[in-house]
Design a protein. Structure first.
Length: 336
């Protein structure tokens, strides 16, 4: 797969999995090889019961086209999106780059997705009981002043089809999006979504996904907003704009240009953010830990820092689906 461009390889791999799973008996074979079933893995958090705490992060299945297939690889939950109300192409290609020497990826995808209607079409053919999260965002053409409306459209449209929501205001690849992480705009947005949520017969968990580049003061503000708005939890963290400590040359990084960095270089910072939030909130805020998980130890470190669940993205690309099984086996040993 690494012989192809990163974006092309992504879709080739997903399409191949989808194709081969049509072979009779292959789903059962994959499940028997990758899935780990043990009561020690069961995790109850923000009102949901997870068979295991290892999930697939948003960005991998933007249009909810492959979640049925990925559910056979041992994940405990899958987060689809980021979804926007209208379809959008995202940023110009190339926009996804491997830093092999760093076990990292830089992307500036720009919320490319087929829009809410396409995603709903795929979610209507759900063939799995795995927990599905919906990661929601705003269209690039929507101003920050009107961003609330985009998030509300996504929330109300996806409500019948997903089990929890993640509000994405932390991608570095949509102009000015991260400004919505500031205390005022963030409170306004989240209160609007919670008002919509409380109108439902069965309100669903809403979480906030944050950037790893926030200062401690900004993290304090986030904690206050999350508790004021009575959110279900935090996803920590998204990709980083920081480039410090990389082995990739300055020349290579300049050729790649802007984008969010994910993978091993993000591991320490995302764990620090998890630990900070957990400590500052006295453990009151459930956390999904994501960023730089390339081994079972990396996942355990996130859990020890205060995460209740973990998610894979870049580590899944570099290490393959066996990583899911390795993490779950390590969690069983930890919890035994």
């Amino acid at each position: 797969m690494f012989l192809f461009s990163p974006e092309k390889a992504h879709y080739i791999a997903a399409d191949l999995l989808h194709f081969f799973l049509k072979v009779p008996g292959l789903k059962q074979l994959l499940r028997s090889f990758f899935s780990v079933n043990d009561n020690l893995l069961k995790t109850n958090v923000f009102g949901l019961s997870f068979n295991n705490p290892v999930g697939l992060a948003a960005g991998f299945d933007k249009n909810a086209a492959y979640y049925n297939d990925f559910s056979n690889l041992g994940f405990g939950f899958i987060e689809i999106g980021t979804v926007t109300p209208l379809a959008q192409e995202g940023n110009p290609k190339p926009r996804l780059f491997r830093l092999k020497s760093d076990n990292a990826i830089i992307n500036r995808m720009g919320f490319n997705n087929g829009g809410i209607e396409e995603v709903i079409h795929h979610l209507k053919i759900r063939q799995t009981d795995i927990i599905i999260g919906g990661n929601i965002g705003k269209n690039k053409i929507t101003s920050n002043e009107n961003a609330d409306s985009d998030y509300v459209i996504c929330f109300n449209s996806l409500y019948p089809f997903v089990d929890y929501f993640v509000v994405n205001v932390s991608s570095p690849n949509t102009p000015n999006l991260r400004e919505l992480q500031e205390k005022g705009p963030l409170t306004k947005l989240l209160m609007r979504l919670q008002d919509e949520n409380q109108l439902k017969e069965n309100p669903k968990p809403i979480l906030l996904k944050i950037a790893p580049d926030l200062t401690n003061q900004q993290l304090d503000d986030v904690i206050e907003v999350v508790e004021t708005c009575k959110l279900a939890g935090i996803v920590a963290t998204n990709t980083t704009i920081d480039r410090s400590g990389l082995t990739a040359s300055d020349n290579e990084l300049q050729k790649i240009g802007a984008g969010g960095l994910s993978g091993k270089p993000l591991k320490s910072r995302s764990t620090e953010v998890i630990q900070y939030i957990h400590t500052k909130s006295n453990g009151r805020i459930p956390i999904i830990g994501v960023g730089g998980i390339h081994s079972a130890k990396d996942a355990i470190d996130k859990l020890e820092a205060g995460a209740s669940l973990v998610q894979l993205y870049t580590g899944f690309i570099y290490e393959g689906p066996s990583l899911i099984k390795e993490i779950n086996q390590a969690i069983i040993k930890r919890n035994a």
